[in-house]
Design a protein around this ligand. Structure first.
Ligand code: ADP
Ligand code: ZN
Length: 596
């Protein structure tokens, strides 16, 4: 069967997503491939579909049990013979996998890297005939990246043992250093490289100033995501628990997740997130890799991520189904200080710390820009975008700017005159002419800077200092508890050779993405609910998350197109032959009942 027919009949999709088709073609031809695609871009299909076209079994290496189980379930749901060998298997599951292997019916075998080295697996693979090797989350092989897995180094066994078998490595991590490392460790020097565009147009990016984090977040949730599934990222374990608890008190179904929780609790919270609808996970960065829940409607950052890479990866977990989703973040000067402290305290080399610092600065730059955020984000990954996107806060509500040259000069000079030994609060006191103990203690009431900044209030000054730090004119001295220091780059500004435009901080940002809910305006809510109920029952019977039955987008299409026979139902995106047969009649009944 040609690949477009498989796409339609087995997976139920009308068209390939950007990049998929080229990769599928190359893999099917037996080429080695390195595929880089954004999170949610549809990487799995790039090896799942070719697996069906080749004789024998495709071996998929994947770092997480949850991820493997999810994919196996989704494949089985569309009628593809797939199995996983993981430490999480019941003996029956393992037996079933072996049996399918022996009989030669299994098309995809998921296996954890540590399992490969175990010996017996390799012998077995040699016997059954491997048609293709797929390495998912291939960046785990890179010691430079943050998800490094020692077991991934053992993957070299595979190409040594099966040099003739085509390999495909997939990742969402784009930076050049990681890519080079993947290529050399997996011996993909000759492989075709496919880099799909990084844009995720359905995600609306919003970054606002933090003033009352909880109230701001609550408003966002209540106004826009009252019943939606989402992920909230915080920096510390304790904070994830506090926020989850507070959300529960506010009536949300929220659960914490961090590496310090017992393994059972983590597994339980993760599976609730996947299975139940509308669960909010409040997590540290320990949560996320391998979570391919398609209907996450928002990702919120209550603390600043350390790098644009992390920000992009974490926000990329929203809206994998292609429906509108939000990446929402609030941040303030305190976040910057906290992060710098953490970096300073880490035990990496000086070079490593400098690199981290550099990356944090890029992240800050993204927070403070006044032009399109998506353009800046994509630009960071060398993916140029010609026009502003129209779906980020800067595009939806262009920020006001003001000429901050005079204020910036005052801020820089008070920093200099107090010998670069004081933090932002004291500097603002001096500028505003405060007469308190600390000012007298250091004789700062005698400085020329004392009282020259009455024209701005406390918050406005904080905003000036924050932006000066974010833009690298000032840095935070951690040896001295957050004292501000001048950086070389501030000279032209101090000398009056440069001017600076600053952002006006708006207290309550109201920018919203255009489509508020995944429901189109003309959808009948009663039908939508009835279809969801039908889906929920199937999901419960089979013990799978609802999206394994149908995505929200498929239900939505049913609401709009109102198919009334099997033929029409089969045209809905996400309905392949298997699902048509299994679920078609029940869903059609819901629709016809509703129309009657
Ligand atoms: P990732 O690249 O993050 O691994 P996945 O492979 O999990 O992404 O795919 C993300 C979602 O997109 C999945 O729910 C998948 O079913 C869906 N998807 C993949 N390819 C297509 C397509 N061609 N058309 C529609 N949906 C697709
Ligand atoms: Zn934009």
């Amino acid at each position: 069967m040609p690949h477009t027919a498989l796409l339609r009949d087995v997976f139920g999709f009308d068209a390939f997503r950007p990049g998929q088709e080229d990769i599928v073609r190359a893999v099917t031809k037996g080429q080695n491939v390195l595929a880089i695609m954004p999170t949610g871009g549809g990487k799995s299909l790039c090896f799942q579909l070719p697996a069906l076209m080749r004789e024998g079994v495709t071996v998929v290496i994947s770092p997480l049990i949850a991820l493997m189980r999810d994919q196996v379930r989704a494949l089985q749901a569309v009628g593809v013979s797939a199995g996983a060998l993981t430490s999480g298997n019941t003996p029956e599951e393992t037996d079933a996998v072996w049996e399918a292997l022996e009989q030669g019916t299994l098309k995809l075998l998921y296996i954890a890297p540590e399992r490969l080295a175990a010996g017996s697996s390799l012998g077995m693979l040699r016997r059954v005939g491997v048609s293709m090797i797929a390495v998912d989350e291939a960046h785990c092989v890179s010691q430079w990246g943050h998800d490094f897995r020692a077991d991934y180094l053992k993957l070299s066994l595979l190409h040594e043992l099966f040099p003739e078998i085509p390999r495909i490595a997939l990742t969402a991590t784009a930076d050049a250093r990681t890519r080079t490392e993947i290529i050399s460790r997996l011996q993909l020097e000759e492989a075709g490289q496919f880099i799909a565009g990084f844009d995720r147009p359905n995600i609306c990016y919003r970054i606002a100033l933090k003033h009352n984090a909880k109230q701001q977040f609550l408003k966002f949730l209540k106004d826009e995501h009252a019943n939606d599934a989402g992920i909230v990222y915080c920096l510390s374990r304790k904070k994830t628990e506090d926020i989850a608890h507070w959300l529960q008190v506010q009536g949300f179904n929220a659960l914490p997740y961090h590496a310090g929780l017992p393994a059972e609790t983590r597994a339980d919270h993760q599976s609730k997130f996947l299975r139940d609808e509308g669960v909010i996970i409040v997590a540290t960065i320990a949560f996320g890799m391998g979570i391919d829940k398609p209907d996450v409607r928002f990702v919120a950052h209550l603390d600043l991520p350390k790098t644009i890479e992390s920000y992009y990866q974490e926000t990329g977990r929203a809206g994998r189904d292609g429906e509108p989703a939000d990446a929402w973040m609030i941040y303030g000067l305190q976040d910057v200080i906290k992060l710098r402290q953490m970096m300073e305290g880490s035990d990496g080399s000086e070079e490593h710390k400098r690199a981290e610092q550099h990356r944090l600065n890029a992240m800050l730059g993204l927070c403070e820009i006044t032009s399109c955020r998506r353009q800046a984000l994509l630009g960071y990954f060398d993916d140029e975008m010609e026009h502003a996107c129209g779906n980020c806060d800067c595009c939806l509500e262009p920020p006001q700017t003001w000429d901050g040259t005079e204020a910036a000069r005052k801020a820089l000079s008070v920093t200099y005159r107090t010998n670069q030994r004081f933090g932002v609060n004291h500097l603002i006191d001096v500028l505003r002419g405060a007469e308190n103990d600390k000012v007298f203690q250091f004789d700062h009431h005698r400085l020329a800077s004392h009282g020259i900044g009455q024209e701005l209030d406390n918050n406005q000054w904080r905003s000036v200092f924050r932006q000066l730090v974010a833009r690298g004119y000032l840095s935070v001295d951690l040896e001295r508890f957050g004292a501000l220091r001048l950086e070389e780059s501030c000279r032209p500004l101090l000398r009056g050779e440069e001017t600076i435009q600053l952002r006006v901080d708006v207290k309550q940002k109201t920018a919203k993405r255009q489509t508020k809910t995944p429901l189109a305006a003309d959808v009948d809510v009663a039908l939508w609910e009835a279809l969801r109920e039908c889906r929920r029952q199937f999901a419960e019977d089979k013990g799978v998350p609802p999206y394994v039955i149908f995505h929200d987008s498929a239900l939505q299409e049913m609401c709009v197109n109102l198919p009334q026979d099997m033929n029409a139902f089969g045209m809905v995106s996400g309905v392949g032959e298997r699902k048509l047969e299994k679920y078609g009649p029940a869903f059609l009944r819901v629709i016809t009942d509703h129309l009657a």
